[in-house]
Design a protein around this ligand. Structure first.
Ligand code: BEZ
Length: 223
């Protein structure tokens, strides 16, 4: 069985570009984004790591820690970081895990348990399934898993949008509709009775009895 939403994010120890970490200790009580890469010096991933560095302040202001991963030794990550800075205008400003022994990729269901050998002898295509985004909550549970093909660069604005929804819905009994962005109206959770809803929200619009719409409670975070 692979990893699912609601599972505890597997703990591990690993070398990173900012030293050795024990993952759960590193998370602490923060929200965390772990995004993975099949190999260093790959073109799409180079753009992704640079873009993530550029918008990292947006993750910071939401209290979200960011960590990358690539299936290569840590000294190669250092060389790749120079290329990322020169070509994308932003050097990684977050740690990048060296998953040269495939341990994290296997724990997170991105590579088969049978994977072994010298990571330098593997091609990017061999590791192409290592292109995920995991959002992990302060409770260490997996909240979101996005899986990307090697030919499509990730949309980190969407990751921020989902984090805004996750953080809102962790604190208020609401859900967010299609295309929602922070500040838009939200839907009262189905588990809230009308009597409770009157106490919590006062009034709501109701195009159907099961769609109860209210203004977003809490803090609005314009992108
Ligand atoms: C990339 O361009 O980042 C890439 C290439 C091949 C496999 C995976 C990623």
């Amino acid at each position: 069985m692979g990893l699912s939403i609601g599972d505890t994010a597997p703990d591990f120890e690993a070398e990173t570009t900012e030293g050795r970490i024990s993952f759960h200790d590193w998370i602490g009580d923060a929200w965390t984004v772990l995004f993975s890469h099949p190999k260093d010096f790959t073109p799409v991933c180079t753009t992704e790591l640079g873009y993530m560095a550029k918008i990292k302040p947006e993750f910071d202001r939401r209290g979200v820690r960011v960590i990358g991963l690539s299936v290569d030794p840590v000294d190669r990550h250092g060389e790749w970081a120079k290329d990322i800075e020169e070509t994308q205008g932003h050097a990684p400003n977050y740690p990048i895990i060296s998953d040269a022994d495939f341990n994290v990729s296997k724990l997170y269901g991105m590579l088969p348990a049978s994977t072994s050998g010298d990571p330098l002898e593997r091609t990017p295509a061999d590791n192409q399934t290592v292109r995920n985004v995991f959002v992990i909550g302060p409770d260490k549970k997996v909240k979101l898993i996005l899986v990307y093909p090697m030919t499509t660069g990730r949309n980190f604005d969407e990751v921020l949008r989902v984090i805004d929804s996750l953080q809102l819905t962790a604190n208020h009994r609401v859900s967010t509709p299609a295309q929602w962005r922070s500040g838009d109206d939200v839907i009262i959770s189905g588990s809230v009775s009308n009597d409770e809803a009157r106490e919590i929200f006062g009034e709501w619009d109701e195009p159907r009895p099961y769609i109860r719409i209210v203004p977003q409670p809490g803090v609005k975070i314009p992108l």
